[in-house]
Design a protein around this ligand. Structure first.
Ligand SMILES: Cc1cc2nc3c(=O)[nH]c(=O)nc-3n(C[C@H](O)[C@H](O)[C@H](O)COP(=O)(O)O)c2cc1C
Length: 216
């Protein structure tokens, strides 16, 4: 099927893009308001954008009435946030954080998450999350009904069982983040497999042996 994005409705564009650009990693973001109320919300328009400087990016849409979401407001007001990765154990509570609670409701206690103080930023970190990245706001870009947030990671906390303390390799039997597919569907990372990237020498040797590389 062909789709002309220049004539499609917003709803159909969303459906196609979000169903096929998948799975998308999920940032479970904690922020704190200027009144000191904690907030948590998930965002799958999210990724890491580089390591020098260490940058993560969030795409936060405005509410249908044009007001910014609480996360956007808090990040702009305070310049700080924490991005958590999510696994199956905290998946239910992560999704509950997407309920549109009033700003004065502490979403963390509402959804049963426990917070610990962060090291460098004011928003706390979710204790059960496998990894938490403390971020300072680097830049926001206002772009057609949404705010694109660039955050600099200033500290990272990883749950001890997820990482080998000697090699710093992730333990992929333990750290199994979930990611968003379409609508209410998610995928976990149990079915991991390896595709080795060959050196040019290996590539040519493989090609010579098989006549071709793909499916060899
Ligand atoms: C898995 C998941 C991913 C989401 N991703 C986004 C996203 O990338 N951008 C966005 O604006 N909203 C996203 N949402 C919706 C927000 O989480 C939701 O609007 C939330 O209530 C915002 O909370 P806040 O007003 O406390 O910031 C997502 C919801 C879920 C469940």
């Amino acid at each position: 099927m062909e789709f002309d994005f220049e004539v499609l409705s917003k709803a159909v564009r969303y459906k196609l893009l979000c169903s096929f650009v998948a799975p998308r990693p999920i940032a479970l973001v904690t922020t704190v308001s200027t009144d000191g109320v904690h907030n948590a919300a998930p965002f799958s328009f999210f990724n890491v954008f580089g390591d020098e400087p260490p940058i993560v990016i969030l795409g936060i849409q405005d509410r249908p009435d044009g007001r910014p979401k609480d996360t956007t407001k808090n990040i702009k007001d305070t310049g700080e946030f924490v991005v958590h990765m999510t696994d199956r154990e905290i998946g239910r509570a992560m999704v509950d954080c997407a309920v549109d609670f009033e700003p004065e409701i502490d979403e963390l206690s509402e959804t049963g998450f426990c917070l610990a103080p962060s090291i460098k930023v004011k928003p706390g970190r979710i204790v059960d999350a496998p990894a938490a990245m403390e971020c300072r706001l680097e830049q926001t870009v206002e772009y057609v009904g949404r705010t694109i947030v660039l955050g600099r990671v200033v500290h990272m906390q990883v749950r001890d069982d997820c990482i080998d303390p000697e090699t710093l390799y992730v333990d992929s039997a333990i750290y199994q983040p979930i990611a968003r597919l379409h609508a209410d569907f998610y995928i976990a990372s149990e079915d991991q497999f390896e595709i080795h990237k060959p050196t040019m020498t290996e590539y040519l040797a493989q090609k010579k042996a098989n006549g071709r590389v793909r499916n060899s």
